[in-house]
Design a protein around this ligand. Structure first.
Ligand code: SF4
Ligand code: SF4
Length: 85
């Protein structure tokens, strides 16, 4: 199975976080974009295979690993995990 994914790694203090967006699951509802505390999520300019513009990460170095985006997403399209250093 081929998933159209975007991954970035951030460092915040001693912790690093990986934000994964499964682009083809995104329905462009903007919940994650509105709720992200540091406002580092935005709408991509390109479209996924279903005609939606998926969320993308603008500055992953500011991700605090709160997982609000992950909890809020009704489509299970965005995930955050801590990366062991
Ligand atoms: S984990 Fe928090 S800070 Fe990081 S992208 Fe998601 S909502 Fe934004
Ligand atoms: S909450 Fe999920 S479906 Fe909605 S814009 Fe964000 S990634 Fe896409």
């Amino acid at each position: 199975m081929s998933l159209n994914q975007q991954t970035q790694v951030s460092t915040r203090g001693k912790k690093s976080f990986e934000v994964l967006v499964i682009k083809d699951r995104c329905k462009e509802c903007s919940l994650c974009i509105e709720l992200c505390p540091p406002k580092i999520l935005e709408r991509d300019s390109s479209y996924n295979r279903f005609g939606y513009r998926p969320t993308r990460v603008t500055d992953n170095s500011k991700c605090v690993g709160c997982r609000i985006c992950e909890y809020a997403c009704p489509e299970f399209a965005i995930f955050v995990k801590e990366v062991k250093q």
